[in-house]
Design a protein around this ligand. Structure first.
Ligand SMILES: [Zn+2]
Length: 321
């Protein structure tokens, strides 16, 4: 696995999750996301070594395990300074919260505590908010963890970097814009993902739509998503994602509106799975799809297309009368 350079400064390592690389100095690199686990973390280190680069800062776009699970290895082996959006930091530090939250704030069954949903804990050194950012850079510190000097961002770097609010897929998700290249994390998915999955997860439908709009308006020259190939046709990618989300909302509403009684969350899930011939591959797949449907149900209630009704011990989503 070698780094694909998009220009002299910015590149990425393709994989199940793309890992961004930004040169901060002659031999120093900012890494964006860390992949699923220690194996991926090792591959990232090897690819950087091959280019004589030393990772000094790790920026995590959001707290999903497939994006930060490799971070613990990068922190241990390379002593990277870990930066993350403030709202995502709690889940990165305490990853057992992720399956706990997904299960509705209750202890989940063991099948939900897989490495795809629960990464190793990782200390976050810098909690960041959207806006211009100067990634701290420093001399080699391979043997020791980050110091106070590093935390204060001692040295400026010449790359114009902005932390971009891309909340929606995860509440506090942020992308990173380096000049005219945007690392967009999971704000946009390649069309292949929409074609394959059906239940494309966003925690907030309104948030996801606002982030897509913000990306379309900013119109970066090149967009590197968390999954899939980079795109220089950001307008089309944004339109495809907007359409995917709107279609999903419509599909959820249509199931609930089929009868006067409405439908339970489980009934909506089952109906869509049947329609799309989707076989749930286990608890994580089921609960992620469920959370995805729940986000759309909230969105439809906020739009007054559905109302929640508790009847006969069941929670039903129903067309308002
Ligand atoms: Zn994600």
């Amino acid at each position: 696995m070698t780094i694909r350079w998009m220009n002299q400064t910015v590149g990425y390592l393709p994989g199940p999750v793309n890992v961004g690389v930004v040169r901060l100095g002659r031999d120093e690199a900012l890494v964006i996301d860390a992949g699923l686990d220690g194996d991926r973390g090792k591959k990232v280190l090897r690819a950087l070594e091959a280019e004589r680069l030393r990772p000094s800062v790790l920026f995590l776009t959001h707290s999903h395990a497939d994006h930060f699970g490799g971070g613990a290895l990068l922190a241990k082996r390379a002593g990277v300074l870990v930066a993350a959006p403030a709202e995502e930091a709690a889940f990165i530090r305490r990853p057992r919260l992720e399956p706990f939250a997904l299960y509705g704030l209750a202890e989940p069954p063991p099948g939900l505590r897989t490495k795809f949903l629960q990464a190793p804990p990782l200390e976050v050194d810098l909690e960041l908010e959207p806006g211009p950012w100067t990634p701290p850079s420093a001399e080699p510190r391979l043997e020791e963890p980050a110091t106070a000097e590093l935390r204060e961002g001692r040295k400026a770097d010449p790359v114009e970097t902005e932390i971009v609010d891309l909340g929606g897929h995860a509440p506090g998700q942020c992308g990173l814009r380096i000049g005219d290249i945007l690392f967009a994390a999971d704000a946009l998915f390649p069309p292949a993902v929409w074609a394959k999955h059906g239940f494309v997860y966003h925690a907030s439908v309104d948030g996801a739509l606002a982030s897509i709009q913000a990306i379309a308006t900013a119109a970066p020259r090149l967009l590197i998503p968390g999954h899939g190939e980079p795109s220089d046709d950001v307008a089309s990618l944004a339109a495809a994602n907007r359409e995917g989300i709107e279609n999903l909302s419509r599909a959820v509403a249509q199931v609930a509106e089929r009868t006067d009684e409405g439908a339970s969350t489980e009934a909506v899930l089952a109906a869509l799975a049947r329609e799309w011939d989707h076989q749930f591959r286990g608890l994580p797949d089921y609960f992620l799809a469920r959370a995805c449907v729940q986000a759309h149900l909230s969105h439809l209630v906020a739009r007054r297309r559905l109302i929640p009704v508790i009847e006969g011990g069941r929670l039903l989503w129903r067309r308002p009368t």
